[in-house]
Design a protein around this ligand. Structure first.
Ligand code: THG
Length: 671
């Protein structure tokens, strides 16, 4: 109901949020005893400065501030709960009054809004429950000497937000506003908690999400670009996305423009009153700020505006005038591309080349990586990831499934370290495990939009749906293996049927967007000596073609190196097989693959004699194909590796690789 009203209003005009709470509280010059009130008169430590506690001890002051903003014309007022999580309140030892603070804050704001609407029924007013960023970062280490350390876990963050949201919802807020986000993983924990709470209650309270760009580079504190930020949080049930705080309106403008261009919900902006002066105060006047805000509106960037640090009812009054009569931004129709992110976006547009997923950070796929992880040499393990990036990987697959390892811990430790290396963390992560617990451990470490690798119907529909719902709540895309209760699909019909069934469940029952679904119709080894295996490449390629037709929007992936397992140890032959296989699979619609990035030949450059035998094997074109390829493999082995010019994939290349850069090679291969 409220949601429908809000959406209707937002299509008619630009709505105005209130201004800063802090600036107004300062005007009251409150002392320690005022903060304490009666309730905390005997509190053992100082609480002056804990503004949120005023919801319990000075409710009439908070109500008066809300009233001042309503008088100024604000359509939406924010609860005084910016620091209202147990994480932030730990500074004052007040973790046990969180629910009460938030409940009271919502009641105070609700009461003022209702009183105001009785007085002036001409327009509806709304209460937004404010959920601040907390004072901790879940994707960054506070200790430069220990980059894998985290002062707070995802679960702690999620539980803290859950409790805050519960108080706000019970107190009667119309909107939940996750604001001033500097670390997207914190925001993802908030989104997770809110989604869970609303699901449990059967409520549909709209969410506003607002990030903050902390410096001129245009990135969040945790290093994301605006686009990557949007992609990471785009799974939330969002009324609006926006920017607030940190920079003033002038510096915010280009970033707001990017966000307005990429997002498919309403857009909000509530900057500070300019940049802080030398005393940390803000002195942009109401008229000056009004001009900037009016420019946002006239440029078609915004649906909701307001003020952050340093703004007052005068600023809000000026803004109301400034946007009066200016039409709101029209939400653009966005193309349904598969979008992933690390610190930077990865948007899979239709004209994009095949997407390379680096396979080497896999303890079962690389002896070297397994040795490094088992010996705890994470620094060298990071270099393996780094080399994949340099080799052209656009996503990094990480797998820690090994009997001797605590896989959840290894996944957590490695990904936490990856997050501190911008050269790697710029890419999205593919979290690869056959154990869902390990996948979840991985999802709790990454701020970006990852790919879960994988889920399947192996254990039936109920478990599939449970896992898929969780994947959505964490905001990841998902690989679905063609695997069901009967086992792994090996014929074309089985592959297609399972994927179509999974597609229907995911899109119709779980609410997945088709572009967030990636099917893996199983790449199995050919030329194993078992006759039935000789059609495996053909079956994968044919299934790919059909799944792409039957499941519009979904993508196709696969573990490319699987195809050549019979030729382990012979990289010359294996690489030729991978390139030839990819050449044909990509033509059939394969979008991405787990590959040894930087080690794929250009199709046109495979020696003709080798290519002919390889394609005979891949397409099962002649009864003696396997024999001939095996003979060829022996021959190249016997000539002392002279035909083998590249580093073997197992060895770590040191320094720059000679020859054309891997990116160019890939473009030539896949165009
Ligand atoms: N589908 C999906 N995920 C997957 C696979 C898949 N993840 C794992 C695997 N299959 C893809 N990854 C690899 C990684 C390495 C190798 C094969 C597949 C590989 N490694 C060499 C070997 O074993 O001979 C390297 C040896 C070494 O250096 O130690 O071939 O199909 N969704």
């Amino acid at each position: 109901m409220t949601k429908a009203t809000l959406e209707k209003l937002l299509r008619e005009r630009i709505l105005v949020l209130d201004g800063a709470m802090g600036t107004m509280i300062q005007r009251y010059k409150l002392e320690e005893s005022d903060y304490r009130g009666q309730r905390f008169a005997d509190y053992p430590s100082d609480i002056k400065g804990n503004s949120d506690i005023l919801c319990l001890t000075q409710p009439e002051i908070i109500g008066e501030i809300h009233r001042a903003y309503l008088e100024a014309g604000a359509d939406i007022i924010e609860t005084n709960t910016f620091n209202g999580t147990s994480i932030s309140q730990a500074d004052y030892g007040m973790e046990n009054v969180i629910y009460k603070i938030n409940f009271a804050a919502a009641r105070i704001a609700r009461r003022e809004v209702e009183a105001y609407m009785l007085k002036d029924p001409s327009k509806p007013r709304f209460v937004a429950g404010a959920l601040g960023p907390t004072n901790k970062t879940s994707s960054l280490s506070p200790d430069v000497n220990n980059p894998g350390y985290r002062a707070v876990s995802f679960d702690e963050m999620k539980d803290a937000y859950y409790e805050q949201a519960r108080g706000l919802v019970d107190g009667g807020v119309d909107i939940l506003l996750v604001e001033t986000i500097f670390d997207t993983l914190n925001a993802k924990a908030a989104i997770f908690a809110i989604d869970q709470l609303l699901d449990e209650r059967g409520l549909d309270i709209p969410q506003m999400i607002s990030g903050t760009i902390t410096d001129a580079s245009g990135r969040t504190l945790s290093g994301q670009t605006v686009e990557a930020f949007w992609i990471s949080i785009s799974h939330a049930r969002m009324l609006s996305v926006g920017l607030n705080c940190a920079l003033g309106a002038k510096e915010m403008r280009p970033h707001l423009e990017s966000l307005a261009a990429i997002s498919d919900c309403f857009v909000s902006a509530y900057p500070n009153a300019g940049l802080p002066n030398e005393f940390g105060a803000y002195d942009q006047g109401a008229e000056e700020m009004k001009a900037y805000i009016r420019d946002f509106a006239l440029s078609g960037f915004v649906n909701i505006i307001g003020g952050c640090c340093g703004t007052t009812p005068d600023h809000i009054r000026a803004m109301v005038e400034g946007v009066k009569g200016v039409p709101p931004r029209v939400i653009p129709v966005q193309p349904a591309y598969t979008m992933l992110s690390g610190m930077e976006p990865l948007i899979i547009r239709p004209n994009m080349n095949f997407v390379n997923v680096g396979e080497r950070t896999n303890v079962t796929g690389s002896k070297q990586f397994a040795r490094l992880i088992k010996s705890g040499d994470y620094a060298a393990a990071l270099v393996v990831a780094q080399h994949q990036v340099e080799g052209g990987a656009q996503i990094i697959d990480v797998n820690m499934d090994e009997g001797m390892l605590d896989s959840e811990q290894a996944m957590t430790d490695f990904l936490n370290l990856v997050m501190s290396e911008p050269d790697i963390a710029k890419l999205p992560i593919m979290i690869d495990s056959s154990k869902f617990r390990v996948i979840e451990a991985g999802l709790k470490c990454v701020q970006g939009k990852s790919v879960v690798n994988s889920i399947s119907l192996k254990e039936g529909e109920a478990e599939f749906i449970r896992q898929a719902k969780l994947v959505r709540r964490y905001g990841a895309a998902v690989i679905v293996m063609a695997f069901d209760e009967q086992g792994q699909a090996d014929t074309v019909d089985r592959k297609v049927d399972i994927c179509v069934r999974a597609y229907r469940i995911l899109t119709e029952e779980v609410g997945f967007k088709p572009q967030d679904i990636i099917f893996d119709p199983n790449i199995f080894a050919v030329a194993t000596g078992i006759e039935e295996h000789n059609n495996y490449a053909i079956y994968y390629i044919e299934a790919t073609r059909r799944i792409k037709q039957l499941c519009p929007g979904a993508k196709i992936s696969g573990g490319v190196s699987n195809i050549s397992f019979s030729y382990r140890g012979n990289d010359r032959v294996r690489e030729a097989m991978h390139s030839a296989f990819l050449y044909h699979a990509i033509h059939a619609g394969m979008d991405m693959g787990i590959v040894n990035a930087g080690m794929i030949d250009v199709y046109e450059e495979i020696p003709k004699d080798l290519l002919e035998i390889v394609e005979d094997v891949l397409f099962n074109r002649s009864p003696d194909a396997t024999e001939r390829l095996t003979a060829y493999a022996e021959k190249v082995k016997d000539d002392g590796g002279r035909t083998l010019q590249k580093t073997s994939p197992g060895a770590m290349p040191r320094g720059p690789t000679p020859g054309p850069c891997p990116h160019q090679r890939h473009h030539r291969l896949y165009r």
